[in-house]
Design a protein around this ligand. Structure first.
Ligand SMILES: [Fe+2]
Length: 610
């Protein structure tokens, strides 16, 4: 590090998925979520480990930081919480008593906490929550100017906002305020369908294609007053998140004619229809918002962030049916990305540093911003543990892995820097052959230990995406859903239509059965050689051998566990599951050559079920 370098640390904490990010002279040097280090999924604690990693990556101490930026304004958030409880008094008393002491003790004294934990005495900035989301969407994007739309649960008061990004400035023009929130209504339905709030939302999205939008009109009539411009008000008579500890109340359950599902009970058609209905409403809101933002800003391109921007089905609709030419979605669209946004705001807006974007390349670097492990680190670990391996040359690696995959082996893939954001993008992934009819079931039951009604996601070379999917646009961060091309699909028979869950999912519906959802859609990652050469070359080697440049890419973890971070995490996960091979750097491990793990914990019980 040179003396003249300006280092900025961004932090997000205390809500969902704490994270840290380091910028040096405006370049993203490092970013990671705390959960990867503590191995606690969605860890919301102050991200000491992620900060430590960022500082180490930058080879600097906290005193060398020019600025620290925290991703929201704790006092404003506290004010919103106080006012909400006051207005709901006395109904809000139980949740008030639960939440407030923690806020007073920890959250509103964040300045002191940062100073104390970091030993840092310099300036700390507190941008607003949606400014941080907006900044995370615009500043790393490839666009010199763009419209910006952020949608999430809630920050301080805002739950959605839009504005423009131009060169080095972000200007938010309008907001929707709590308690009217698209993120929260989606979470309320997540709760109603029996999934965990703040993490089960993508399951609700995955469940939707099994249902019919029977309740869409009811939702639009009773729950949400949606305007043409995408703004809305919720009918709070049906929700309990302001006052109580539950998302919804009895009136909500009566409206839909059935109680909220509990985790242990079967998913019936009713909950699938409800999932489809709220998903359709959400897409409608997202589209109307996008159209309005386009009209108001006159921009050609759109940047998206906030938890709702992880709704990749909605994103796909905005791209296909919306008015924008191109869209860019922050890969860490949830609150983790706020750390990055806050740091970018500090650099561009507060310190007024210029920004030049070429319209094509983003500065997110494939989101490969986490820890990486050098050859010697990996070798030392393997040797110390007495682990059997063979070392491949760079040239041999892609064809060797492609060949193993073509033989229907499941391969753990640990290469380069860990991803920042919730998706595995070819650094900490589990790979399989998307053409295999049995791969869906094999990976679900023998690797992930779950019975999922969601298909796996495909990775495909950037240039071949439109050969397999109805998508021309790039999707490097797996945040767009698009249909599988018609000529690759096979109609389900009436009998097959009646099947549910895995049984329906396991019916061969296309030449890429493992990645095709029951509505013939897929959540796509396009792979560019510039961002991930080894992964790209493996896809190319697979294509050369088999005429297909698509692979299954699922996150390297088991049910309930955060994605692996270190070689040790990867080896443990490999040994606990029925993965056949693990490639870690250039070292190839074969399962049948390994000794069983000694003294393993009962991890299937240990991890929270998802
Ligand atoms: Fe947020």
């Amino acid at each position: 590090m040179a003396k003249s370098d300006v280092n900025i640390l961004g932090i997000s904490a205390f809500y969902h998925d704490s994270a840290a990010c380091l910028l040096r002279d405006g370049k993203i040097l490092a970013a990671a979520q705390e959960e990867r280090f503590t191995r606690k999924k969605h860890d919301a604690a102050f991200p000491v480990h992620a900060i430590e990693f960022c500082l180490k990556e930058g080879n600097l101490a906290a005193q060398d930081l020019a600025l620290v930026a925290f991703y929201d304004k704790p006092f404003l958030k506290f004010e919103r919480i106080m006012e909400t409880y006051m207005s709901a008094c006395p109904y809000g008393l139980s949740s008030f008593l639960k939440a407030v002491p923690m806020w007073i003790k920890k959250k509103i004294w964040i300045k002191d906490l940062i100073q104390e934990k970091l030993g840092y005495q310099g300036k700390i900035l507190f941008p607003e929550h949606h400014e941080s989301h907006g900044a995370s969407a615009f500043f790393p994007s490839p666009f010199q100017e763009a419209a910006v739309l952020t949608i999430d649960g809630v920050g301080e008061w805002a739950t959605a906002s839009y504005g423009t990004g131009k060169a080095n400035r972000l200007d938010l023009l309008a907001e929707i305020h709590f308690p009217h929130s698209l993120g929260l209504i989606y979470s309320a339905f997540t709760y109603y369908a029996g999934f965990k709030v703040n993490s089960g939302e993508y399951k609700l999205m995955g469940l939707a294609p099994y249902g019919e939008p029977k309740f869409k009109d009811l939702i639009l009539k009773e729950l949400i007053d949606l305007k043409e411009d995408g703004s809305f008000r919720l009918n709070l008579r049906y929700f309990d998140y302001c006052a109580g500890l539950r998302m919804i109340n009895k009136r909500f359950e009566n409206l839909f004619g059935a109680p909220a599902r509990t985790v242990e009970t079967r998913l019936t058609q009713h909950y699938m229809d409800v999932a489809r209905s709220i998903q359709d409403v959400t897409e409608e809101v997202m589209l109307r918002m996008a159209r309005h933002v386009h009209k108001e800003t006159g921009m050609k391109n759109l940047c998206l962030a906030g938890g709702v921007a992880l709704n990749c089905v909605g994103n796909g609709k905005i791209l296909r049916n919306g008015p924008f030419e191109k869209i860019w979605i922050q890969p860490a669209a949830g609150d983790a990305g706020g750390a990055l946004g806050a740091a970018c705001l500090a650099w561009h807006q507060y310190l007024e540093n210029p920004r030049q974007a070429d319209g094509v390349t983003d500065s997110q670097q494939g989101s490969f911003l986490g820890p990486m492990f050098e050859r010697n680190d990996i070798k030392n670990f393997l040797d110390k543990q007495g682990i059997h391996y063979t070392e491949l040359s760079n040239a041999d690696l892609p064809p060797t892995i492609a060949d193993l995959l073509a033989q229907e082996n499941v391969v753990g893939w640990f290469e380069g820097r860990m991803e920042f954001g919730p998706r595995a993008l070819g650094a900490r992934s589990i790979l399989g052959d998307a053409r295999s009819a049995k791969m869906q079931e094999t990976m679900n039951l023998k690797i992930k230990f779950r019975e999922s009604f969601r298909p796996f996601a495909p990775s495909v070379t950037r240039e071949s995406v439109s050969k397999y999917f109805e998508l021309e646009h790039e999707s490097p961060y797996m945040l767009l859903v698009a249909p599988v091309r018609k000529e690759l699909c096979r109609e389900m028979t009436a009998e097959e239509q009646k099947l549910f869950g895995l049984k329906k999912l396991n019916v061969v519906r296309s030449t890429l059965p493992a990645v095709t959802h029951v509505d013939y859609s897929a959540r796509i990652q396009t792979v560019d050689r510039n961002q991930n050469p080894l992964f790209y070359d493996t896809l190319k080697a697979f294509e050369k051998m088999n005429g297909c440049s698509v692979l299954i890419n699922t996150s390297f973890n088991v049910r309930g566990e955060p994605i692996v971070c270190t070689p040790e995490d990867a080896y443990r996960c490999f040994m606990r599951t029925n993965m056949d091979y693990l490639i870690i750097g250039n070292f190839l491990l074969e399962k049948k050559n390994q000794k069983p793990l000694e003294k393993d914990i009962d991890w299937l019980r240990e991890f929270e079920l998802d």
